[in-house]
Ligand binder design. Structure first.
Ligand code: B12
Length: 437
């Protein structure tokens, strides 16, 4: 039997506005496991056939298989786990990522162990102890030594939890850069080149977000905002460049939260002449014009804003701490500086009215946006929205990205919301066609 296999159970279903990126969490864990001398293989299912991957695992016979799970991957991850259990006798099946963090009990029939929250410190330590132990069962018996564990006690069937431990900024800065050597970069780049004429790779430069939007789930990094140092970020960007990417998709919850960090990032990109275009997510807080100009000079191509609603009352309901007026000012500044903008909106929010929905749709069409995306609210487990709504369908997890479906008792019908979203997309596309003629 060999060492550890890490699996990314993503099925590319060609959904609207799909974004394909190799999984950063698994790449980070791979770097750590290999640094500890553990034989590690990675199976990214994005472009691969699951039978082929299962056959590989059956022949490699890893001691531990770790599977990443987020909302859209629950069913596939559980099916794969059952197959792997059948094909690799004696394997220890472990999962981690957002959904096992939020609902560990959902995974403990197929998996032996769940790692909740950040696992950069705990999972490599556990694997090292387990793989090197003379009696691995002893390690399992004492798995309460590792933070963020959920495991079923075989005697009484109850689930044992140990609290997860967020890394400090110092610990995060000691991590090696993610190991991206196991992914089919040519396929990822081909996907992006066809779609946008450039090929970005994902990167995180800060972790956590201190805001408390009612609908937002922050299962892994929570509210504790932490920054990586620029030397490590630049090392990672050089690595990404060497793999053939020409851009970055900065996955930070809110990259512009600390403008000092943004300025330092832009200055380093310019100074090191890395010539990478980049996109990021931002709130619509005031950002001074000179900072937006600096972002542009350093290669910023597009910024995604969580605009959510064109009604200040609804923004208050969401606990967004932004206003419609502030959003308009910020978007115009970005447009003025030649940075593309994309807006995320939600309609059908509990507590809003048909009037506020229409206000949002009309507002979205008036704003200087290059792209827009509407969502019917999805009460993610662990959010305050989840607690506020009633009758959430227990088995209504999304099967693919941007799946727009009302899954709780609401004043608004699915057909009405989906219909208005489609009409607005059509109007937006028509307007853009006319603008480019
Ligand atoms: C980048 C990102 C994306 C990227 C790609 C992600 C990818 N390839 O993995 C894109 C843009 C494609 C994307 C899409 C979506 N995303 Co997204 N995304 C993120 C984001 C911003 C960062 C994830 C990341 O890379 N983190 C950095 C790495 C280092 O951390 P990590 O992955 O969490 O890994 C750590 C731990 O989780 C753990 N771990 C991870 N894997 C494993 C495996 C094992 C075995 C173990 C033990 C531990 C472990 O250890 C790691 C190190 O500490 C998060 C928000 C966030 N800040 O976390 C949302 C987030 C994960 N996304 C989310 C959602 C909802 C979506 C979409 C469904 C949105 C949509 N409208 O369609 C789609 C689904 C796409 C799909 N794959 O099906 C939710 C997930 C909610 C949930 N409960 O599952 C999050 C949490 C955002 C949010 N606030 O709601 N996303």
């Amino acid at each position: 039997m060999s060492g550890i296999a890490l699996v990314y159970p993503y099925r590319y279903k060609h959904a609207r506005e799909t974004m394909l990126f190799h999984p950063l969490g698994l790449a980070q864990l791979t770097a750590l496991l290999r640094k500890d001398g553990l034989d590690t293989s990675v199976k990214d299912l994005t472009f691969r056939d699951s039978d082929e991957v299962l056959a590989e695992l059956a022949s490699e016979r890893p001691r531990v298989v770790g599977i990443y799970v987020m909302l859209t991957m629950i069913e596939y991850a559980r099916t794969l786990a059952s197959e792997i259990r059948r094909l690799v006798p004696g394997v220890l099946l472990v999962c981690g990522g957002p959904m096992p963090t939020l609902r560990p009990q959902q995974f403990l029939s197929e998996f032996d162990l769940v790692f909740r929250g950040e696992a950069a410190q705990s999972f490599p330590r556990f694997c090292r102890d387990y793989v090197n132990a003379a009696k691995p069962l002893d390690v399992l018996e004492h798995c309460d030594r590792y933070p963020g564990i959920a495991v079923r006690n075989p005697e009484d069937g109850l689930i044992l939890h140990t609290p997860s431990q967020p890394s400090t900024e110092v610990q995060l800065n000691r991590l090696p850069i993610p190991d991206r050597s196991d992914y089919d970069h040519a396929r990822y780049q081909e996907f992006w080149q066809e779609r946008e004429g450039c090929s970005p790779a994902g990167i995180m430069t800060t972790y956590g977000c201190p805001y408390d939007c009612e609908f937002c789930s922050r299962p892994i990094y929570g509210t504790l905002f932490r920054r990586r140092n620029m030397d490590s970020i630049m090392e990672e960007i050089r690595d990404i460049r060497s793999l053939g990417y020409d851009g970055l998709w900065i996955a930070d919850d809110c990259f512009t939260l600390d403008l000092g960090h943004v300025r330092a990032f832009c200055h380093r990109l310019i100074r090191e002449e890395l010539s990478m275009s980049w996109t990021c997510l931002s709130r619509t807080q005031e950002i001074p014009l000179k900072d937006i100009e600096l972002m542009k000079r350093s290669g910023c191509r597009k910024v995604f804003f969580g605009l959510e609603s064109g009604s200040n009352e609804v923004l208050k309901l969401m606990n967004k701490h932004t206003t419609v007026e502030e959003a308009e000012r910020t978007l115009h500044l970005f447009a003025h500086c030649g940075i593309e903008t994309a807006g995320f909106f939600m309609i059908g929010y509990p507590g809003e009215t048909c009037e506020s929905i229409e206000t949002t749709l009309a507002w979205a069409l008036r704003l200087p946006l290059n792209e827009l995306s509407f969502t019917i609210p999805f009460p993610l487990p662990g959010t305050r929205l989840f607690q506020r709504v009633h009758g959430v369908q227990a088995d209504a997890d999304w099967q693919y990205e941007n799946e727009n479906r009302m899954i709780y008792e609401s004043d608004f019908g699915n057909d009405y919301l989906q219909g208005r979203i489609e009409e607005t997309y059509t109007k937006f596309a028509e307007r853009h066609r006319q603008d480019t003629l």
